[in-house]
Ligand binder design. Structure first.
Ligand code: ADP
Length: 755
């Protein structure tokens, strides 16, 4: 309470002090202005005085004869003298009381001079009243007193000695000055009241302005306080975010390291002689580990996007390739469930500039969901494009399934993180509920749009649209062989697939027939005497499967049969050699890719004139492409050492182990290697330092041994640090044997030549 009063008191004191400052300044400014105004008035009076002397005084003083009078000198000299002193004061001391009082005296002397020049005319006495009114603008009643004293004294003295000068008569009553002084006092008292009130109003205005200023400064202080609080809160939140990112990076590293043991060993185990039951166990370990890694990657991605740390790449890429890769990866899952997986994209290459990795991730999320939530029927990935201004292309992706569908009231919620349409789905289908949330965020960053249409029991269509600049990927070289007028029969029970393949074939200029079953196909083949060039034959069809149709074609048409290309999404029990004996010339795995279909047809069209016995090369067991490769493995962790050494031994490589970076550098100077697998975190000398040393040793020799960083730190910046240290590529732990082969092969292709 007391402090509140103290606060109020000090606030009031501040307001009053400030009001006083404002008031003083205003009054001073007003008085300085008045000083200048009065000086101007005096100058005018001087001119008026000279004029009066020339035209009025001759008449008033000597009757009808008009001639310049000695008063001319008086008005020029005296008037000049009267004005000179105030001019000096206004120049040297503007706004000071002495200046005002001097002006008051001078002004009243001007009145006296003018009255004298007009020969004491009573009208000229009004000059006195006017002057007093002007002086009142100073809002200083003391100035009026000075003026009054001067007027009274002047009237008294001149009334006694030269009454004509002041009253216009030769003889005047010596008390007449009292009457004049009385009128002057009357006016001065009224003007004094005006002065006091004027000053009070100025004070009120100053006080109000000071109060407003105080309120404003209080608001500013409050705003500053809040801004500071906000800044501190943001700093705290930034620090928390950094801590979260660091925690995630650590956690990711800690989980990936043991997972490398699990994935690597499970992969190796699967390559040994196992009983059926053991094989199943190994598969389960592999599938669980892969699932766990997918969730871990999702969480990492999600937190990266949330923290605004995700940056999109911009490279030229072919959208067709991305779609085909995604669908290819999901093909075996779909085939296992007997779900038809279809690609419906334009036959020509669509090149754009954007982030192909993120596009693949978004499509993968949608396609894997579609396959996961569909138990029968089909999943179709469709791409349509629209030309946009500025060399841009709008891509619309649709992933349509005939799965369980999503209730309407849950359709908005599933785009949120960790949300699922029905919580029981987690138990039935698994999943973390992050896939759609990540896709949505990625599309937000890319300025895309995202949506779903779905009906429970009928299926769902997830779609998204992206506008990207057109890319400059060189279009695939013009096909050498024209397919114009080639006669093709497409046999498939799935109408969507018939439609998609038909669209490609039509765009290549073929003559096209379709049949929806084996028996219908045979009828069409019988009916057309001119025959067909190629039959695209689906394997899984109700009634008669593709192999039986192919056999029937072989039996009926013998040597004159068309080329038969089998389309199959499932592994069948027949070997490739069997296929040939059934009358099958080539086989393509579904989901079909337009280029592959075209190449298969081209191959058989070009061989038309040649012997048809030339069959596809049987893919014999090839030697491992990495056989004999000398690899130095730098790794400190026991389990990971065993994984790496075992995988490399399986691939036929000659692998040598170094326990840390320092040992690796020494080994390299003693022995020749083709490639280094370098763990990043190692005691004594870490992988990055070792890579730097190796590159230093190579400097100027023209040698460049490929170094692959192997690390459980999979964040973008970790990869960048490895590359900065001179390594060529990055393999994230955990890795499967095939992933390692792929990375090594790519690195050898790119950097091996200089090794
Ligand atoms: P997850 O699939 O890992 O649970 P998502 O974010 O990818 O997470 O999906 C969230 C939820 O949306 C799923 O759990 C499921 O309930 C629903 N959903 C997604 N795609 C489909 C689909 N094609 N058909 C039916 N439901 C779907």
């Amino acid at each position: 309470m007391n402090t509140a009063i103290l606060h109020l008191d000090s606030a009031q004191r501040r307001i009053n002090e400030r009001a006083q400052q404002i008031y003083d300044k205003q009054v001073d400014r007003a008085r300085r202005q008045m000083d200048r105004l009065m000086l101007l008035l005096m100058l005018l009076q001087w001119i008026a005085g000279v004029a009066a002397t020339l035209w009025i005084s001759p008449h008033t003083w000597i009757g009808s004869i008009s001639q310049p009078h000695v008063h001319l000198a008086a008005s020029i000299v005296l008037g000049g003298m009267i004005s000179a002193l105030p001019a000096l004061f206004v120049w040297r001391m503007p706004g000071k009381p002495i200046t005002r009082h001097t002006i008051a005296v001078s002004q009243m002397l001007w009145s006296a001079l003018l009255i004298h020049l007009s020969g004491g005319r009573i009208e000229t006495h009004f000059h006195v009243f006017g002057s007093l009114a002007f002086l009142a603008f100073y809002r200083d009643w003391k100035v009026l007193i000075t003026a009054t004293v001067v007027v009274a004294a002047d009237h008294l003295v001149r009334g006694i000695y030269i009454p004509q000068s002041v009253y216009g008569v030769l003889v005047a009553n010596q008390w007449r000055f009292l009457e004049h002084a009385g009128w002057v006092l009357f006016e001065v008292s009224i003007l004094t009241v005006g002065c006091v009130r004027g000053l009070r109003e100025m004070w009120d205005v100053a006080l109000r302005r000071s109060e407003v200023e105080e309120a404003k400064s209080l608001t500013e202080i409050e705003v500053q306080k809040r801004t500071e609080e906000l800044r501190l809160a943001m700093e705290a939140s930034d620090a928390a975010n950094r801590a979260k990112s660091a925690f995630l990076a650590n956690m990711s590293h800690e989980i990936r390291t043991p997972m490398n043991g699990v994935v690597g060993m499970a992969g190796l185990l699967k390559g040994t002689n196992l009983t059926e039951e053991q094989e199943e166990f190994a598969d389960t370990i592999m599938a669980s580990a892969t699932g766990l890694m997918a969730i871990l990657n999702d969480i990492l991605d999600f937190s990266r996007i949330e923290a605004g740390k995700l940056q999109l790449d911009e490279t030229d890429f072919s959208v067709n390739e991305v779609v085909e890769q995604v669908v290819g990866l999901m093909a075996s899952n779909a085939a296992k469930k007997n779900v038809e997986l279809l690609i419906d994209i334009p036959a020509e290459t669509i090149a754009v500039v954007g982030d192909s990795v993120r596009l693949r991730q978004m499509l993968m999320n949608l396609v894997s969901n579609a396959v996961k939530f569909t138990n029968e029927g089909e999943v179709c990935v469709k791409l349509t494009t629209t030309q946009e201004p500025d060399q841009k292309l709008k891509l619309r992706f649709e992933v349509r399934d005939t799965g369980i569908g999503i209730p309407e009231d849950r359709q908005a919620a599933i785009f949120e993180s960790f949300a699922q349409a029905d919580n029981s789905t987690t138990r039935r289908f698994g999943g973390s509920g992050l896939g759609l949330a990540i896709t949505r965020r990625l599309l937000e960053i890319s300025n895309g749009t995202f949506g779903v249409q779905s009906k429970v029991g009928e299926g769902s269509t997830f779609w998204f649209e992206l506008t990207l600049p057109k890319g400059t990927i060189a279009p695939e070289s013009e096909p050498m062989i024209s397919l114009k007028d080639v006669k093709v029969l497409v046999v498939d029970d799935n109408s969507t697939n018939r439609r998609i393949v038909s669209a490609w074939l039509t765009s290549w200029g073929t003559n096209l027939w379709t049949a929806e079953s084996g028996s219908a196909a045979l009828e069409t083949l019988e009916a057309r005497k001119e025959g067909f060039d190629v039959v695209l034959l689906d394997y899984l069809m109700p009634g008669m499967d593709g192999i039986r149709v192919a056999q029937a074609i072989q039996e009926r048409f013998g040597e004159n049969r068309p080329a038969v290309i089998l389309l199959s999404s499932v592994e069948n029990e027949h070997s490739r050699a069997d296929h040939a004996s059934f009358g099958i010339d080539a086989w393509l795995t579904k989901p079909l890719q337009s280029q592959k279909v075209r190449q298969a047809i081209e191959r058989w069209v070009s061989k038309n004139g040649e012997q048809k016995s030339k069959r596809n090369q049987t893919q014999g067991e090839q030697d491992s492409p990495l056989k004999g490769l000398r690899v130095l493995v730098a790794e400190d962790e026991k389990v990971n050492q065993r994984v790496a050494m075992a995988v490399l031994a399986r691939l036929g490589c000659d692998a040598v182990l170094a326990e840390n970076g320092d040992e690796a550098v020494q080994r390299l100077s003693q022995q020749k290697f083709d490639l280094v697998l370098m763990d990043v975190h190692m005691p004594v000398m870490d992988g990055r330092e070792a890579a730097r040393r190796i590159r230093e040793q190579e400097a100027g020799t023209g040698r460049h041994i490929p170094i692959l960083a192997v690390s459980a730190s999979a964040m973008q910046q970790d990869v960048a640090l490895c590359l900065e240290a001179g390594m060529d590529a990055h393999v994230a732990k955990p890795y499967t044997p095939s992933q390692l082969v792929e990375k090594i092969t790519t690195a050898l292709e790119q950097f091996g030549a200089a090794a």
